[in-house]
Design a protein around this ligand. Structure first.
Ligand SMILES: NC(=O)c1ccc[n+]([C@@H]2O[C@H](COP(=O)([O-])OP(=O)(O)OC[C@H]3O[C@@H](n4cnc5c(N)ncnc54)[C@H](OP(=O)(O)O)[C@@H]3O)[C@@H](O)[C@H]2O)c1
Length: 342
């Protein structure tokens, strides 16, 4: 659908608990005109991420919170439709912080810079937001640089059927580890074992999940790739081996509560666990290496990329809650416009 306005979701109020559509104003702004050194980008796909919830809040965070009245920050992929710079050619696909809107400006200035996606990649565009994009890079660097998994070791990952978790588990399998995923519900657990090749899955919504976790990790846990925090994190930490590693990627179970997350630190001392929080952008200088390797694994079928795609920009504020309700498998994406009709 071609638009003659730029629909924008602007943050009206900081959500309390779940995100509500009333936390946003949907504004019809004029389509921006690119200046010298700039290009106009039609947004095609929007990445929905747990961190959107963090950015909406004013909690202590790694980027400035989105200001009230500002366009909601969000990653995405778009196509260049008008250009005043050789850096972006009309028809180029670009990725970066597009925001929750129909159009954005890319430019030569650092704050407007977007990455040009190479042409002819053997993966569909949405995968460039998922397994071959930031999500895959999060899994790749968090697991390999911080988790340091060795063949034969046991790796546990939480939110295992989600965007980051599903890639973590598949990379750990490539590295010869025993991989146990923690996910909500029997279907997600079946999926990660039968379709993605995990060795075992633990349904944390079942009554005896801690017993199942113990059965699935008879030799303890060497690497915990932590996505959830809270009770799940504590149960995994309690089973970690001496000198275990724990890349702390996210703590989604606390994002809607606004409460500080508490944990028992004694296993860290007794088992000398190395916990390292990280943000994927810490590894920016190595992104090209990671992206190349991920694309190769995807092309070879060693990593299956998966996306849950919701149609329509107007769905963004409700669709983002799927991350907190567990209603996504793989990367959650909003399709804003049809790439074929641009
Ligand atoms: N550090 C970084 O640079 C970085 C980058 C990207 C993502 N992250 C973090 O990585 C984690 C996963 O992100 P993602 O983008 O891959 O999202 P995702 O896993 O695709 O979606 C979130 C999943 O979390 C699970 N979940 C939600 N609330 C939960 C709760 N209270 N208890 C247990 N599980 C819950 C749900 O799966 P179930 O159905 O299994 O419950 C849901 O599908 C998040 O914590 C995110 O903040 C960090």
């Amino acid at each position: 659908m071609k638009n003659d306005v730029n629909r924008q979701f602007r943050l009206k109020s900081r959500p309390v608990g779940r995100i509500k559509t009333s936390d946003f104003d949907l504004v019809k702004a004029p389509i921006p005109e690119p200046g010298a050194g700039e290009a106009l980008v039609r947004v095609l796909y929007l990445s929905l991420d747990p961190t959107n919830r963090i950015w909406m809040s004013d909690m202590d965070q790694y980027m400035p919170p989105v200001e009230i009245g500002a366009v909601m920050r969000g990653g995405g992929i778009g196509v260049v439709v008008k250009s005043n710079t050789p850096a972006y050619q009309v028809g180029d696909h670009v990725s970066g912080l597009t925001g929750w809107q129909d159009y954005t400006i890319a430019g030569e200035k650092p704050e407007l810079r977007m990455g040009v996606i190479p042409k002819g990649l053997p993966v569909p565009l949405p995968a460039m937001l998922g397994a071959c994009g930031m999500t895959g890079l999060t899994a790749y660097f968090g697991l390999l640089e911080l988790g340091q998994p060795k063949a034969g070791e046991t790796v546990v990952v939480s939110a295992a059927a989600g965007a980051v978790g599903s890639v973590v588990g598949q990379i750990a399998k490539i590295k010869g580890c025993r991989v146990v995923g923690i996910a909500g519900g029997p279907e997600k657990c079946r999926h990660i074992v039968e379709d993605l090749g995990f060795d075992a899955a633990v349904d944390y919504k079942s009554a005896d999940w801690k017993k199942k976790l113990a059965e699935a990790t008879p030799n303890g846990i060497d690497v915990n790739f932590e996505n959830v925090g809270g009770e799940i994190m504590e149960a995994v930490m309690a089973r970690m081996n001496l000198f275990g590693r724990m890349p702390l990627c996210g703590m989604i179970s606390g994002y809607n509560t606004g409460e500080p997350m508490r944990a028992d630190f004694s296993p860290i001392l007794m088992r000398r666990i190395n916990i390292r929080g990280f943000i994927v952008t810490d590894f920016f200088p190595k992104f090209a290496e990671g992206a190349r390797q991920l694309a190769e694994w995807v092309a070879q079928g060693k990593i299956k990329h998966e996306e849950t795609i919701v149609d329509g920009l107007e769905e963004a504020p409700t669709a983002v809650n799927r991350l907190f309700d567990g209603q996504n498998v793989g990367k959650l994406i909003v399709k804003v416009a049809d790439p074929e009709s641009q």
